[in-house]
Design a protein. Sequence first.
Length: 298
Amino acid sequence: MKLTHLKELESESIYVLREVAAQFERPVILFSGGKDSIVVTYLAYKAFYPAKIPFPLLHIDTGHNFQETMEYRDSLVQKLGARLVVGSVQESIDTGRVKEEKGYNASRNRLQTTTLLDTIEKYKFDACIGGARRDEEKARAKERFFSHRDEFGQWNPKNQRPELWNNFNGKKNIGEHFRVFPISNWTEMDVWQYIYAEHIPLPSLYFTHSRRCVLRDGVWLAAEPCINLRPDEVVVEQRVRCRTIGDITCTGLTVSEANSLEDIIAEIAATRVTERGGRADDKRSETAMEDRKKEGYF
C-alpha cells in the first residue's frame, strides 16, 4: 500500500481484532457479504496469519439475499478455511419467533434482529465483530470500538464506555455481549482504496451489470420475486450496481457504468449522495437506524 493513512487504519483495525481475541472467549465476525464485512474478514486473516482466523463467520440469512452474495460467501469461507455459522430468518418465521411483514413495502430486514440475538444466545458468542463505520450513518457515529450490549442484546447510546488511548474495556456480566467495530474510523473511500490496494475480490454486484429493476419512491430496487410490485410499477432493464449489499427488499441500486475499482473510486469521489442514501430501511423514520440498533440490530 502506498497510502500512509491506509497503513495506519489497517494497523488500528488489526490491533482491535487482536484485542478481541485476547479479551473474549467466543468472538464471531458478523458477515453480510458486503464490502465492509469482507474487509473486516481479510483484516482478521492478516491479523492472525499464518494461523487461520480464530473465530467463525456468522451470516444471518434473510432468505431474500442476492444469489451472488451467497455464492461469494461460500467461496470465501472455503478459500480462507473459515468456519461458517448461519442464522435463518425463515426458521424464525416458521417457529413463530417473528411475524413476516405484509404489503408492498414488506421486508425481512428488521426481522434479522431476533434471528441474530437468538443465534448469539444459542452459540454463546460474547463479542460480535461488525463492519460498521462512523461515517455511514448518524446512529453508527455514536458507537465505540467496543460497544456494550445488555442481556437483552440492546444498546444504550447514552451509556458508552470511554476508550482513552485505545484502552478497551471488555468486562461484562453473564448474558451480555459486545459489538466490536474495527473499521470505525474508516470512510467509504478508505474501504474502496484498501480493496484496490490489497486486490480483495468482491461480489459482482458491486460492479455495473444489467438487472431487471423497478423504481420505487426514487430508489431503484431489484425486481426479484420477494419484491411485491404495485399495480402501477413497471419493471425495466437497467444498468446498475450496489454501493451497499443487504436484504434485496431494502438494497437500493445505483445507476452506474463503473466496471472496475478505479471507476468506482472515481465515482465515489464525485458523488453527492451518501452511501446509505439508497437504503429503503433507513427511510422508514428519521431515527430508523438508531431504533433498530437499540433493539439489537447490526
